[in-house]
Design a protein around this ligand. Structure first.
Ligand SMILES: *[C@@H]1O[C@H](CO)[C@@H](O)[C@H](O)[C@H]1NC(C)=O
Ligand SMILES: [Ca+2]
Ligand SMILES: [Ca+2]
Ligand SMILES: [Ca+2]
Length: 635
């Protein structure tokens, strides 16, 4: 009898569960909070709460007889109302009404989300916390807003992405449908099939893992969902053999009018003592790509910033990731912590989630031999995520240039909860860090901005300012004589140095802009004992993005206590536009700008006092803009 009764109650409870699940719909998650209506006052409510194992948190606002009950034994954010003694509260005759509270799937700035859309039948979907961040399994603080971008209809359709790596398994069941042989090539094998070489050690898993992040097929009951799950995906097999300048150059130049985005998750050794970058051919291939690729709009090269964190490596010593033509991407952990592998440097533009500590979740993706994995880690994860997100933006606006894409990332990425001790606001009001660039990418913001984006004005370059030894401070008229070199609003800033030093790793180099923003171009590297110094090495920083170019630029080298550095020569190379890229036709702006010039330029700026770095100002130069481009504008 007792058993029977128990059985029936359980069945009733189960029924309730089903009803609740249906009412709540997909996309809603049960919490351990209940709203309960009980007459008879607080003490009665307390008594009933205790009877079923709840805490009574008191009356709900001004609602008489309504109480907030909390049950600590329910798993937070369960997908279904959980069974257990506490659920019997619904059947207590003294309880007039009870409702377990559900959390709505929060999708920012999207009014009519169709909850069923957020559900895919791919078995690893529930593990993709970085896509449905505020979901039942996810407690991350900030979203990359990928789901929201999808819900606006952007999934990478007609955009072509390729992975420069050790090949891709093109017949992987989660890739085959999106695989595009025209976006693929095998540079190692000199054929058109980029299928990886299989061996017992599974050496060549990397490319297939990157590919799945970008474009694994959605809702096919297999494995995962790619970030641009309707994009074309190809692979360029080039890492499984001798990697030469030629191999790299060839790879970066495969079908530049067909392939939109090249994703590269590799680079020179991250051993903390290497200084290496693209060779002659590869440099040309990158330049050719941004000039001629995508029928003149420019190829998009996305690059992982490097995994040498433990070796104290600094990504400014990696010429691929610090090139102005590549988009350098860093990683953060689920909790916004600095991952152990992270490399710091000033050329990083933005950041995605990736793997972290043992208690933090990983990224899931496709793997060699038709399987899935959550073993894909490091900044290798981050470049493909951004490649996928850029594919969404290109679907929204196919006319974005290579520089538009960088501007969009600068503008839409956010520091949110990413922890770094060096977040600062530059003079253009942009928050930026050497760990994370402009912060966590925001796919939805990116597609929204892309939709209404106006192509930025032409890029100008000013690179004639060279300081010779013994000339620590020079005033120059900059590049004003030639209008097509006039730089006013900054994008990238490059410093090329010739420095002799008995121990390269002892040096820290900083650049201070006319607005007073300080960017660290190089940090000390413990393992770098080379005596080769820097021979015309180019450091790049994006930290002055949007700032004005005019004024005194200061280079600072700290190598205490040895002070053995010998700066032979340095060149400041400014990239940017003559017009404000965000208000290209504002007459108002040109007026105020003309008023500013005499003051900023003619006044000798004060030097700051000796700073906290105990550094020595080695060299300063003044970039003066006499060019007044708006003088002929009619009001
Ligand atoms: C995924 O597939 C299922 C059928 O397996 C379908 O009911 C659902 O609507 C699909 N989801 C999306 C977002 O297309
Ligand atoms: Ca092949
Ligand atoms: Ca899938
Ligand atoms: Ca590195």
């Amino acid at each position: 009898m007792g058993y029977l009764q128990m059985c029936c109650i359980t069945m009733t409870a189960l029924l309730l569960v089903v009803v609740l699940a249906v009412v709540s719909g997909h996309g809603d998650f049960f919490t351990n909070h209940w709203a309960v209506r009980i007459t008879g006052g607080h003490r009665q409510a307390d008594r009933i709460a205790a009877k079923y194992g709840y805490m009574n948190f008191g009356q709900i606002g001004s609602l008489e007889d309504h109480y907030h009950f909390h049950h600590s034994r329910v798993v937070r954010r369960a997908a279904f109302s959980l069974k257990g003694p506490h659920s019997f509260i619904h059947m207590d005759p003294e309880v007039e009404w009870a409702q377990q509270q559900v959390v709505k799937l929060r999708v920012k700035r999207y009014a009519q989300s169709d909850p069923s859309f957020t559900y895919f039948n791919d078995p690893k979907w529930s593990n993709m916390w970085y896509i449905h961040c505020n979901d039942k399994n996810s407690r991350c603080h900030s979203e990359m807003n990928i789901l929201a971008a999808w819900q606006r209809g952007y999934t990478g359709k007609n955009v072509v992405v390729t992975i420069l790596d050790d090949g891709i398994e093109r017949n992987h069941p989660d890739l085959a449908q999106n695989y595009d042989h025209l976006a693929s090539y095998d540079v190692n094998g000199n054929d058109h099939d980029p299928t990886p070489r299989y061996d017992s050690r599974n050496e060549n898993i990397h490319g297939t893992r990157c590919a799945g992040e970008v474009a694994a097929v959605a809702n096919n009951s297999h494995c995962t969902v790619g970030i641009a799950y309707n994009a074309h995906i190809g692979g360029i097999r080039m890492l499984d053999g001798d990697v030469t300048d030629l191999v790299e150059a060839k790879s970066l130049g495969i079908r530049p009018d067909y392939i939109d985005i090249y994703s590269a998750s590799w680079g020179p050794k991250d051993d903390g003592k290497t200084v290496d970058g693209p060779g002659l051919l590869t440099k040309q291939a990158l330049e050719q790509g941004i000039k001629k690729g995508r029928k003149g709009l420019g190829s998009i090269f996305v690059w992982a910033s490097g995994n040498g964190g433990l070796q104290g490596d600094h990504c400014s010593c990696d010429g691929y990731t610090s090139s102005i033509y590549t988009i350098s991407i860093s990683s953060t952990t689920e909790n916004g912590n600095k991952p152990w592998y992270l490399e710091v440097c000033s050329s990083i533009i933005a950041t995605t989630y990736s793997s972290g500590e043992f208690n933090e979740r990983n990224i899931v993706t496709t793997d060699l031999r038709h399987i899935c994995t959550d073993g894909h880690t490091g900044t290798s994860v981050s470049a493909p995520i951004v490649a996928g997100i850029i594919a969404l933006a290109l679907e929204a606006n196919l006319l974005l240039t290579w520089r538009d894409v960088q501007h969009l990332l600068v503008k839409t990425s956010r520091p949110v909860h990413l922890k770094a001790d060096d977040w600062k606001t530059n003079a253009a009001g942009l928050r930026v860090s050497h760990l994370y660039g402009f912060g966590l990418v925001d796919a939805e913001a990116l597609v929204l901005e892309a939709l209404t984006w106006r192509t930025v004005p032409p890029q100008h370059t000013c690179s004639r300012i060279t300081i010779k030894q013994g000339q620590p401070s020079v005033t120059t008229s900059g590049c004003s004589e030639e209008p097509d070199q006039h730089v006013d609003h900054l994008e990238h800033v490059v410093v090329k140095v010739l420095i002799v030093h008995p121990r390269r790793g002892d040096m820290e180099i900083n650049l201070i802009s006319p607005s007073g923003t300080r960017s660290q171009l190089l940090a000390k590297r413990l393992f770098d004992s080379s005596n080769e110094g820097f021979r015309n090495w180019e450091f790049m920083t994006v930290h002055f993005w949007g700032e004005r170019a005019e004024g005194i630029w200061t280079l600072e080298i700290v190598d205490l206590p040895s002070k053995q550095r010998n700066l032979k020569e340095w060149t400041l190379i400014l990239y940017g536009t003559s017009q404000n890229p965000y208000q290209p036709h504002s007459v108002q702006h040109s007026r105020s700008r003309m008023l500013e010039i005499p003051e900023e330029i003619l006044e000798e700026p004060e030097l700051e006092e000796e700073d906290e770095y105990n550094g020595e100002r080695l060299s300063q130069l003044k970039y003066q803009n006499n060019h007044v481009p708006f003088s002929n504008l009619k009001d």
